[in-house]
Write a protein that binds this ligand. Structure first.
Ligand SMILES: Nc1ncnc2c1ncn2[C@@H]1O[C@H](COP(=O)(O)OP(=O)(O)OP(=O)(O)O)[C@@H](O)[C@H]1O
Length: 286
């Protein structure tokens, strides 16, 4: 395990192809005339390497979702520059970027098959190609036997698989996930984490995962960006050094404890700061 502070010169990542980059990115909500508002994020610098699995952890309310929103193009940064495959990301989700959210975004009135093919139909892809891609996504996400079911007939984990499949059929080269397993029980989270690792390996996509779970970040990632309390900055980037062929059983690796303790060592102070900042005035005298 190595800790790479962001202050290192860019040459340190030279052997890696940079797939997406945030440079000096900040986001302030509700500022009027350059004053006031909530400074939610930054400045943040992240250089995502093509094909890596990168997770972001940080204290509650530090700006993790904001980071993902600006990187995806769903919202604009207040300052700084974002690029994907060398082109600026500016106010729209670029082709090649797929986003998965925590909340179940499946359409209950459509079958699983129609849910997964939705984006392709909207984009005017021809029926044969839709059929081919949906079949592949159903197989990849273990949903083949449920193609004709409707989401209300499925468990929470399976509904989230439908949402991931719906993103995968668009063949994203960068997959951004915001707490995708947050609503699931602990065992289902582990299984979904393994499925995500398999999808990552089989598609060769770059993945950025936002999570509040240290062990999830430690298990799944090649690198973990640790954020400060709001306004979130990247305090450190930790390389786990795991092999590409891995699953949740990596938690039994002798090095796993060192990764999680390093993460908690960085996060503990920040989490206390985040809670302190949210406590009502005078609460510590109560
Ligand atoms: N649309 C908005 N308008 C005003 N403030 C916002 C908006 N969205 C987020 N914020 C504020 O920005 C800060 C960062 O929010 P964000 O949701 O990005 O953090 P987070 O780390 O994802 O939070 P959590 O840990 O709860 O998931 C918070 O203080 C939040 O209240």
């Amino acid at each position: 395990m190595t800790v790479r502070p962001l202050a290192r010169p860019a040459a340190a990542t030279a052997p890696h192809e940079i797939h997406a980059r945030l440079a000096e990115v900040t986001r302030t909500y509700g500022a009027v005339g350059g004053r006031g508002g909530v400074h939610a994020l930054g400045p943040v610098d992240i250089a995502l390497r093509r094909g890596e699995f990168y997770s972001v952890i940080g204290p509650s309310g530090c700006g993790k979702s904001t980071l993902l929103d600006v990187l995806s193009g769903l919202s604009r940064p207040s300052a700084g520059a974002i690029t994907f495959e060398g082109r600026p990301v500016d106010g729209a989700v670029p082709d090649g970027v797929g986003v998965v959210f925590q909340e179940d975004a499946s359409f209950p009135w459509m079958t699983v098959r129609d849910n997964i093919g939705f984006g392709l139909r909207e984009n005017g892809v021809d029926a044969a190609e839709i059929g081919r891609r949906v079949d592949a996504a159903l197989a990849l996400m273990g949903l083949r036997d449920f193609a004709a079911a409707h989401p209300p007939q499925l468990s929470g984990g399976m509904r989230q698989r439908v949402c991931i499949a719906r993103t995968l059929v668009m063949q994203p080269r960068l997959i951004l996930l915001d707490e995708p397993f947050g609503a699931l029980d602990a065992q289902t989270r582990l299984i979904m984490g393994d499925e995500l690792l398999r999808v990552w390996r089989e598609t060769g996509a770059t993945v950025m995962l936002i999570t509040h779970a240290l062990d999830e970040a430690a298990m799944l990632s090649d690198r973990i960006g640790v954020m400060s309390a709001r306004p979130g900055r990247i305090l450190a980037e930790i390389e786990t050094g795991w092999p590409r062929e891995r699953d949740s059983r990596i938690a039994a690796d002798p090095g796993f404890g060192a990764v999680t303790s390093r993460l908690w060592g960085l996060l503990r102070e920040e989490s206390l700061r985040a809670i302190g900042a949210q406590a009502p005035a005078g609460a510590d005298h109560a």
